[in-house]
Design a protein around this ligand. Structure first.
Ligand SMILES: NC(=O)c1ccc[n+]([C@@H]2O[C@H](COP(=O)([O-])OP(=O)(O)OC[C@H]3O[C@@H](n4cnc5c(N)ncnc54)[C@H](OP(=O)(O)O)[C@@H]3O)[C@@H](O)[C@H]2O)c1
Length: 390
């Protein structure tokens, strides 16, 4: 029996994680759950899974929930960090969105826990020090992102030295067929209609700008230690092949399935075992065509900016992520246009003199500073916020 803490249990990945656990109740218990503010869903989850400890980022909502459930309810970022370290959990699944996920990931690693990592911003903003910590504490990071799970599965039992290339597939996002002029007119509602995946709002916009794919290249570099020159991205609109690995002999292994995030989530929870699932089996005759093309980095420059920031390294990816989090938030709020997102991110990258080998605290301080500056420039003034929160 494995005991799992789910951070961000009320979001898209969190809900699907609990769905996987619900179907495998004899193998898993839930140690703890957290949300930002959505306490109605969290309350139902606490009752269903008989959870003894929970955390709510919003202090007021945490207080409200305390009066409603027979569980210990922690609050704020500190409460979520405490949750990540709980003795009762064997595995922490981090499904928080944004760089708010960094501290809980680090806390779990330092407590010697394995982490199933959906929160990609952790590895984008602070990949090098996080991977160093995982190595030091002997913690395993299981990828939840479907592309990295696919690569992880293809590498299973292989010698990493024999890898020639990683090929990361990409659906192309909501606007893959839009002309440049049309991209200037799209709205947040348009961007939220992803053609193949049903995900949280932030990652859906990141998919539309292709920033998400740039993030995934950085993530792949961090997780698998493959050079940027040996990581390729291909547009594959059917989202059936989740990624591929080419080996020294030019053999290519791929992982395929119908698009369903419960599959990579389940593999991260059950690894190395494979167990039955409710995912729809793949009918290759019905799929008929699997097509591939290179990404258009002219129409979607975010992918280029992200890979360049990754190549530069140091503090650059942290700036990329922080500027992007604010830009996406502004786009979703209707304050800026879709093509203002890459412009804003580029401006912050161009204005930054990168420092090499930053530690986690330096990165968190930089994350906060870039977010504040960008919000100020966009007239999105708010109360002082802790690192990671926008
Ligand atoms: N969704 C996917 O299919 C998918 C695929 C691959 C990777 N990922 C990655 O997985 C992560 C989660 O994505 P998602 O789509 O599940 O996001 P989501 O649906 O927006 O859910 C985010 C979760 O984080 C919580 N949260 C938000 N802000 C918070 C804060 N300041 N403090 C504490 N908790 C906070 C939310 O709580 P409330 O509900 O209370 O707001 C919710 O539980 C992201 O890094 C994303 O890139 C997602």
């Amino acid at each position: 029996m494995k005991s799992v803490t789910v951070l961000g249990s009320t979001g898209s990945i969190g809900l699907q994680t609990l769905d996987v656990i619900r179907k495998n109740r004899k193998d898993f218990t839930v140690a703890a759950l957290s949300c930002g503010s959505n306490i109605d869903i969290l309350e139902r989850q606490i009752r269903e899974f008989e959870v003894k400890t929970a955390a709510v980022f919003d202090e007021r909502k945490a207080k409200e929930l305390r009066a409603r459930v027979p569980a210990r309810v922690l609050s704020g970022l500190q409460g979520i960090v405490e949750l990540a370290k709980l003795d009762s959990a064997d595995l922490v699944l981090n499904a928080l969105v944004g760089s708010i996920g960094i501290r809980p990931t680090v806390a779990a690693i330092e407590a010697g826990k394995n982490v199933a990592l959906a929160n990609k911003e952790t590895l984008v903003s602070a990949g090098v020090p996080v991977m160093e910590r995982a190595k030091k504490h002997g913690a395993v990071l299981f990828p939840v992102d479907s592309e990295h799970s696919a690569i992880f599965q293809c590498l299973n039992g292989e010698n990493k030295g024999s890898v020639r290339r990683l090929i990361i597939t990409c659906s192309g996002g909501a606007f893959r067929n839009h002309a440049p002029a049309d991209l200037r007119r799209v709205t947040a509602a348009d961007a939220l209609k992803h053609p193949s995946w049903n995900m949280g709002a932030k990652i859906t916009v990141d998919s539309a700008t292709l920033m998400n794919k740039g993030f995934e290249v950085i993530e792949a570099k961090m997780l698998f230690g493959i050079d940027y020159d040996d990581i390729e991205v291909v547009i594959h609109p059917q989202s059936i092949i989740h990624s591929l690995v080419e080996f020294a002999d030019c053999s290519v292994l791929a992982q395929l399935s119908n698009p369903d995030m419960r599959l990579p989530i389940q593999y991260a929870l059950t690894y190395p075992a494979r167990v039955g699932s409710d995912c729809r089996p793949l009918d290759m005759a019905a799929v008929k065509t699997l097509s591939f093309s290179p990404p258009d980095t002219g129409r979607f420059p975010c992918i280029r900016y992200a890979i360049q920031a990754g190549r530069t390294g140091g503090t650059m990816p942290c700036v990329l992520n922080a500027a992007n989090e604010v830009a996406v938030r502004a786009f979703l709020a209707g304050k800026i246009g879709f093509m203002d997102i890459p412009e804003l991110v580029l401006k912050k990258l161009d204005g930054h003199e990168p420092c090499m080998n930053p530690d986690i605290e330096e990165l968190l301080a930089l994350d906060e500073r870039i977010k504040r500056e960008t919000m100020h420039e966009l007239h999105m003034e708010r109360e002082p916020l802790p690192a990671g929160v926008i």
